[in-house]
Design a binder for this molecule. Sequence first.
Ligand code: 5RP
Length: 220
Amino acid sequence: MTQDELKQAVAREALRFVVPGAVIGVGTGSTVNHFIDALAGIRDRVRAAVSSSERSTERLRAHGIEVLDLNEVSTLPVYVDGADEIDPGGAMIKGGGGALTREKIIAEAAERFVCIVDASKLVPVLGAFALPVEVVPMARELVRARLRDLGGEPRLREGYLTDNGNQILDVHGLRIEHPAELESRLNQIPGVVTVGLFARRGADVALVGGADGVTQRDYA
Ligand code: 5RP
């Protein structure tokens, strides 16, 4: 199977977690695009979605799925999203697609985070994938200096602005042995909007697409 077929397989499997009649949280990325396409097939069972990006919102609406503002939603049983890396404890690097801030907000609001990945995203230690950090533009160089002090090599994602009008520094060269600790530390730097480390609120479940089919890992 190609990597894209593996993504499609986990996306289809994630339909099992959709709670009938409830609002569903929907992430961003190529794996999630397959999930949205699969969701269209059961849209009568979905009340509506909250979405982590303009791209996902557009795709959901194109399939006739209503998209609500998170502020209008009182309960969100499930959030389905991909990841760039996931470690054995369910901590993730996310934000390769630039949607990390809204992803983190929806993940925090959801009762259950279902992560959908192909097996290439499983890592023993996070950090080979450059860690995205969303920054307020006026603080970019200040944050960059602080990230260098921590041993990283931050590179500006050129020509890119997030849905929130901010910039992203992709931090190379980190080996993240203690992801929750680093997440808290980076959150303290003024000008950091969101760190693409999802450790304090990691995945509850991962569906992993590999050569042997889709397997489930439970972290909670
Ligand atoms: C977007 C994300 C994505 O979940 C992550 O980049 C994985 O993307 P893909 O499913 O395309 O491999 O965090 O901000």
